[in-house]
Design a protein around this ligand. Structure first.
Ligand SMILES: [Zn+2]
Ligand SMILES: [Zn+2]
Length: 390
């Protein structure tokens, strides 16, 4: 069965919602206009319940099916937040706020889930209930975790949960998914290295923090090359190097380094943290300086449950056709805070083709409105298949 006719008909309407969101991007938890727009539409569609303020600016709509024999509830999640990027698309509906941009396609995710909610509220051709979940702060603010902490899963009785993200480079009308670890745990670190500043011509009278920092950057690469199982996935990247002085003739008293560690396996994640702390501390001590490590744990690894992944892939095949679904796509070292929802509820996260667009987080990126009928049909079909009407 291809895309749903009703949702194909609704494509221009859903695209118009998407373009309105695109023009009005909001960051992190500050999605007040977006959340209010979503809540107003859900009420207009006739959702049985619309709850705002879950995870600060998150919104949940509940739609009941024609029957409710089993008390089953499926959760469908979209993210709503934009990024601090200056848009360079030149589109007629480009961001009206310089420095804020929907560069990850969350405008499209929100619009597709709204489209599915409208269809499901009209047709109600299922048993049980669906919770449509709109979360803020996916881009580094752990909005997914905030919604879970506010009781998202228990409050609405959600038994299984699904997420979706667009994928540039994957043709429109195609889907990709994999069981097990799909997105990485994303931890960040800040290192403060201190020594003894002084004249660049008298290094013997100083403790040179630049040399300590360089040795530290190189030694950190041994975590992946020497300490991790060669078959395990692990990334250690130092991304910022800031000296206290920018002069040509001063040995700086302090250097700050920043970076990120990406992993899938919790044991590898812990090993990397322990090795990093030991290497940083002891490298500084060995060279006469001192180092402080600030470790900021980020999102956990996002792990797709196997049964729900098979279900999601089968639904995608129904919508897109057998040849248009890759059910063993490579994992990604990027992060995704849907991980928090999958930690407490079985479910699966799928990628939907965005065609030949700029990559996400690029100033020329744009969500592809041609993907709307596929994404919205996937959501609707998932509900109708998982909870068939009596
Ligand atoms: Zn993003
Ligand atoms: Zn995103």
């Amino acid at each position: 069965m291809p895309i749903k006719n009703r949702l194909a008909e609704m494509q221009p309407e859903i695209a118009a919602w998407r373009r309105d969101l695109h023009e009005n991007p909001e960051l992190m938890y500050d999605t007040h206009r977006t959340s209010a727009t979503v809540a107003a539409k859900l009420r207009e569609f006739g959702c049985d319940q619309v709850v705002e303020g879950i995870g600060r600016t998150g919104v949940v709509g509940v739609i009941k099916g024609k029957t409710d024999r089993h008390g089953h509830v499926v959760g469908l999640r979209a993210d709503m937040d934009a990024l601090p990027i200056l848009e360079a698309t030149g589109l007629p509906y480009a961001s009206k706020t310089p420095g804020k941009m929907h560069a990850c396609g969350h405008d499209g995710h929100t619009a597709m889930l709204l489209g599915a909610a409208k269809y499901l509220a009209e047709t109600r051709n299922f048993d049980g209930a669906v919770a449509v979940i709109f979360q803020p702060a996916e881009e580094g603010g752990a909005g997914g975790e905030a919604m879970v902490k506010d009781g998202l899963i228990t409050r609405f009785g959600i038994k299984e949960i699904y997420g979706m993200h667009n994928a540039p480079g994957l043709p429109v009308g195609q889907f990709s998914i994999k069981p097990g670890p799909f997105y990485a745990a994303t931890d960040n670190f800040t290192l403060h290295i201190s020594g003894k500043g002084g004249h660049a011509a008298k290094p013997n009278a100083a403790v040179d923090t630049t040399v300590i920092a360089c040795a530290t950057v190189m030694a950190l690469q041994t975590i992946v090359s020497r300490s991790a199982d060669p078959l395990a996935a692990l990334v250690v990247s130092v991304t910022a190097f800031r000296t206290e002085s920018e002069a040509w003739n001063v040995i700086p008293e302090r250097v700050e380094l920043r970076g990120t560690v990406r992993s899938f396996d919790p044991a590898i994640r812990l090993m990397a943290e322990e090795r990093l702390k030991a290497i940083v501390t002891h490298t500084a001590l060995a060279m006469g300086g001192q180092a402080e490590v600030i470790w900021n744990p980020g999102y956990p690894s996002m792990i797709n449950a196997e049964p729900e992944t098979a279900i999601a892939a089968a639904i995608a095949r129904k919508i897109a056709g057998d040849g248009a679904v890759n059910d063993n796509t490579p994992a990604i070292m990027g992060g995704e805070d849907f991980a928090y929802m999958l930690q407490v509820c079985p479910g699966a996260y799928i990628q939907i083709g965005n065609g030949d667009s700029a990559d996400v987080h690029h100033p020329e990126y744009n969500f592809n409105d041609e993907a709307i009928p596929f994404g919205a049909s996937y959501w609707a079909e998932l509900v109708e298949q998982r909870m068939p009407a009596a």
